[in-house]
Design a binder for this molecule. Sequence first.
Ligand SMILES: NC(=O)c1ccc[n+]([C@@H]2O[C@H](COP(=O)([O-])OP(=O)(O)OC[C@H]3O[C@@H](n4cnc5c(N)ncnc54)[C@H](OP(=O)(O)O)[C@@H]3O)[C@@H](O)[C@H]2O)c1
Length: 178
Amino acid sequence: MARANGDSSHAKISDPKNDSFVHQLRATHQAILVGAGTVNADNPSLDVRYANGSNPIKIVLSAMLSVDVTKKLFKEGKTLVYNQLKSEVTEYVEFIKLENLTNLTMLQDLAARDIHSVLIEGGPSVLGSFIKDKLWDEALILKSSKEWSEGIKAPWLGIPRYEEIVSNSDTLNYFKPA
Ligand SMILES: NC(=O)c1ccc[n+]([C@@H]2O[C@H](COP(=O)([O-])OP(=O)(O)OC[C@H]3O[C@@H](n4cnc5c(N)ncnc54)[C@H](OP(=O)(O)O)[C@@H]3O)[C@@H](O)[C@H]2O)c1
């Protein structure tokens, strides 16, 4: 999923021709979620630039607020930062403190805000926690035909895919919970 030691230089492994597909997927969800580690390492925009559609609400999980709020994510649109330390609303960011923050309590809080579809784009620690909690409806792995000999492995779903589609030089693998 990533270069070793958070090295995000030359970290893109998927085919750039699939960017529009990924952005179309983003546009079909109300919200997109990542962990603080992904924000800090990749400085992502999490918007829909390569497809038609609306930008989803951005959500960052950062229990201990290790997230770097100077990243570009926090300079436009709306971002919710779920954490255990503070509640605060600024121009582009709402910090939401949940003392009993878990993936489930966060999803319940989102539902109370009428947000019912969330695309989780990782990284591995966030993805692993949702897999462990069995809080997912569908998973999509975009698998590159290129290989890295070392780095951070993607979490293992432990079930077979139900569909595989070749897309440009990548393969799309779809999974549903057993
Ligand atoms: N290939 C891909 O598609 C892809 C996608 C995304 C990211 N990545 C890569 O993944 C790497 C980052 O992954 P990572 O595993 O180190 O970090 P991560 O999952 O992005 O974020 C970890 C941080 O998120 C918070 N967190 C995680 N799970 C939480 C939970 N259940 N509840 C509350 N907070 C939670 C914690 O923040 P606090 O410390 O503030 O508590 C934790 O330190 C980067 O190298 C990035 O390039 C790859």
